[in-house]
Write a protein that binds this ligand. Structure first.
Ligand code: GSH
Length: 209
């Protein structure tokens, strides 16, 4: 049994979606980051950077924080969603790292300065709004001639990127401006495992442009 420590954010949903796709049994522990539950000593013992998501795989004796590391662990545990063939594996890890280093952190800043506090700093609002548009452009070009970000197969790279794209409205992004992203987004949104994973830890409707 895997214990999942999570909240209803893109990083948290990556892991519940992966667990649903991989059909792994798991128990959800809600960590309400709006009430500082991430700073509780019991949680810090599992996730020393005080952020969700984190997992404890009790059968394997594994405790992990950082969503990218957790996705790789779960994929390798099941032998799915991360190709073993070298080039396909590298493409998956490449786009997973792109999400971890760029698409997630930059869009997280867009949520602060474009959605929640657009009047705090015009410089920051424009910086993160334009960076969001640039990143969606990169993703659109990547998806122009392949079904999924790493190629023909759905992978943990898609699972890492997709929940951030689900917050497109907060990023002032109109998905129809990125037709290849829109096609990919809708395709993944229709997966039953994604619908189930998106509703962890609380029921939520997937935005569908
Ligand atoms: N690089 C980390 C980022 C995790 C992260 O930023 N989690 C946010 C929610 S999406 C969080 O727990 N924030 C609480 C805080 O910053 O105190 C990962 O991908 O797991």
């Amino acid at each position: 049994m895997i214990d999942l420590y999570t909240w209803s954010t893109p990083n948290g949903r990556k892991i519940s979606i992966a667990l649903e796709e991989l059909e792994l049994p798991y128990r959800v522990h809600t960590v309400d980051i709006t009430r500082d539950a991430q700073f509780a000593p019991e949680f810090l013992a599992i996730s020393p950077n005080n952020k969700i998501p984190a997992i404890v795989d009790r059968d394997a004796g594994v405790t992990l924080m950082e969503s990218g590391a957790i996705l790789i662990y779960l994929a390798e545990k099941c032998g799915r969603l991360l190709a073993s063939e070298r080039n396909a594996r590298l493409a998956t890890l490449e786009w997973l790292m792109w999400q971890m280093g760029g698409f997630g952190p930059m869009l997280g800043q867009a949520h602060h300065f474009v959605h929640f506090n657009p009047d705090k700093s015009e410089y920051a609002r424009e910086r993160y709004a334009s960076e969001a548009r640039r990143l969606y452009g990169v993703l659109d070009r990547r998806l122009a001639d392949r079904a999924y970000v790493a190629g023909d197969d759905y992978s943990i790279a898609d699972i890492a990127i997709w929940p951030w794209a689900a917050r497109h409205a907060w990023q002032a992004i109109a998905l129809p401006d990125y037709p290849h992203v829109l096609r990919w987004y809708r395709d993944i949104a229709s997966r039953p495992a994604v619908m189930r994973g998106y509703s962890v830890p609380t029921p939520a409707d997937i935005p569908l442009p």
